[in-house]
Design a binder for this molecule. Structure first.
Ligand code: T3D
Length: 264
């Protein structure tokens, strides 16, 4: 389908979803949330898609909620219930990103703020350009972290850093984000697209079913006892043991060649 505020492109097994309001640093509107939900749903259901990249057009990754969406109502003295907006947008989008059973890379090309940080944190891997910056901006407008920020950020950087960033709204650069574990790697802006494309292609060539099970197991293991985690690992492993990619991996090892995984 044609989109207004995002762009979607396919290259082999990789779908790239680009937030496309560069003049507003790709701030999220209700329309953009709906479009992201549609694009993620399509990519999730397409067996040919084996990895996703989320990035931003222009100099921003995502400046979070578009703060002008409620401006008119506020100026008119109205106070819309933010909860309704959150339920309609981020409560659908963020779980969809987290639960996408394929590797999802946030290619953080520029500044990420508020819900933009949550969107990046919802992805499996974060690759930042050295021009990226991050801010838990919520507190600067008198709000608490939403869009999953209270759940996602402590899981990525730990409780103490998540609380510090959320209380201060401090803007941190890409090197600091790397140091605290908010991003997996930082790449010079000049090499950014190339590095992201190579990384995504590498993940798209992996055994996709095993990656999906791994994502789910690790996510859920944070909330269960060891015995339960072991039981879930064994169940998933039994399923993976029946896949073509497992057979291919073992055969490739035995034959001293690179495996050719098909994602099945
Ligand atoms: O209401 C609810 O639904 C609650 C949900 C909340 C979820 C959230 O995400 S809350 C947090 C919302 N985001 C922010 O508070 C961030 C606001 N933006 C900034 O603090 C700064 O723009 C940045 C630190 C992100 C970047 O600074 P800088 O100096 O690089 O760029 P800039 O000049 O401030 O912004 C460039 C343009 O983007 C500018 O437009 P203009 O003046 O050139 O026409 C600016 O207004 C626009 N822009 C940036 N962020 C937003 C935005 N427009 C709408 N909404 C934004 N969030």
């Amino acid at each position: 389908m044609g989109y207004e505020q995002i762009a979607v492109a396919r290259d082999g097994g990789v779908t790239t979803i680009t937030l496309n309001r560069p003049e507003k640093l790709n701030a999220l509107t209700a329309v953009m949330s709906d479009e992201l939900i549609e694009a993620f749903t399509e990519a999730r259901e397409d067996p040919e898609v084996r990895a996703l990249v989320v990035t931003g057009a222009g100099r921003g990754f995502c400046a979070g909620q578009d703060l002008t969406e409620f401006e008119e109502a506020y100026r008119a003295g109205e106070r819309p219930d933010i909860r309704d907006h959150l339920i309609r947008t981020y409560h659908r989008l963020i779980p969809l990103v987290v639960e996408t059973p394929k590797p999802v890379i946030a290619a953080v090309n520029g500044v990420a703020a508020g819900a933009g940080v949550s969107l990046a944190a919802a992805c499996d891997v974060r690759i930042a350009s050295d021009e990226a910056r991050f801010t838990q901006a919520f507190v600067k407008i008198g709000l608490v972290p939403d869009s999953g920020g209270t759940w996602l950020l402590p899981r990525v950087v730990g409780y103490a850093k998540a609380l510090e960033l959320s209380m201060t709204g401090e803007v941190i650069d890409a090197a600091t984000a790397r140091r605290i574990g908010l991003v997996n790697q930082v790449v010079p802006a000049t090499a950014f697209e190339e590095v992201v494309a190579a990384y995504a292609a590498r993940l798209a060539a992996m055994p996709t079913a095993a990656i999906a099970e791994t994502q789910k197991l690790l996510r859920e293991a944070l909330g269960v006892e060891l015995e339960e985690a072991l039981r879930r690992e064994a169940e998933a492993q039994a399923r993976m043991g029946q896949t073509d990619d497992h057979l291919e991996g073992v055969m490739a090892f035995a034959e001293k060649r690179e495996p050719r995984f098909e994602g099945r």
